[in-house]
Unconditional design. Sequence first.
Length: 433
Amino acid sequence: MPADLPLEEPERRLTVPAVRPAPAEPAAGGPRGGHVWERSFLPWDSYFAVVWVGTVLFALAAESPGIRVRVAAACLFCLPVLWYVAVGRPLLVVQSQTTGTPAAVRYLAGLVLLFLPPAALVGETRLATFALVPQCFMLLRVPGALTAVAVINTAPVAAWALVWRPDTHDLYYNSVFAVVTLAFSAVVGSWIIRVIEQSTERADLVAELDASRGEIARLSAEHGALAERERLSREIHDTLAQGFTSILMLVQAVETELAADPALARRHLALMAGTARENLAEARALVAGTAPAGLDGGSLPDAVRRLAARHSEQTGAPATVAVTGAVRALPAAVEVVALRSCQEALANSRRHAGPAVPVALGLDYAEDTLRVAVRDTGRGFDLAGPPGSGYGLPGLRARAAEMGGTAAVDSAPGRGTSVTVTLPLAAAARSTP
């Protein structure tokens, strides 16, 4: 989870501010477009109006006291409405900012005081508690709301009893009714608050999951771009860069041969042209995303033999190819890694082994692996020495690791270098679509 999530949040209310910080915007009309109670305060206004009208009609139709008292109670009952419009509604619309504040407490205290006179005159006006109780849970924390609800349900009965001195039966009946409505208000109000809290927590979790999913998608895209960049880097290094290196070596040779040996210079110029054509074919294959030019329409052993022949032409050193096992078509990814491994090993031999050093290439087709071995008898190097800055061997190891295989290098000063790449065929077959 994000480190800046608050450890403790205020208790949820029945409504939320009309203006709130904009979260990540969901699809219009989607299921995550906000809670029902968050969209408008108009339903609450309508509910309060219905309760007020019903209370007035209920009070006017009461059997007692007299009509003048009932009309006076109805008129007095207009005062809580005016108090609600002038003071209460502005607080309720932004109640998440005003919950538990002194302004909210003052409003509810005034509402109760304005409600007591009509409730004391006509007991039927206690129907208005169905409008007053929700406001308590909106504007107060749960403990304070329960206290206010208790006052709203019991104080009017006490005031009515003091004014009219009813008989025991009527007092008992109204007292029981007040206790029942109190219990109902407390239980239902608390339960609704808990439901809303849970719903809001789930909405927060969904929003967090949406944000996490977006972050995962972004990281996945970045990782994919990085992986593709690394793949293209390896492809360019093993194909175009090696070809350009060969062309530069041939240019240097031609410069020294033009005067002394024109025939050899022309042969090297032909090699330059052939290498340039192969580079162009490799570039087109990279752009099109197809198999390497060396494998296009041929087998892996044939492609390796062509590599060996071109190496011999460019360096004048013998390069032999030995193939063991049952030659067969393998997954394209395996053949590409095997061919690139041979290209990289031959390029390293041309650069570091020394002049005219023989090279032996081997392909071993086993039942569940393909083993590629390239060995020269050149200068070699110290494996314990500091790692070089080149990209070749790390790229070769990375290619083999992507196929679940291994790449091992064995060398020592004066004893040549051996590169062995082992590729499992079962894992490659599973990963090939």
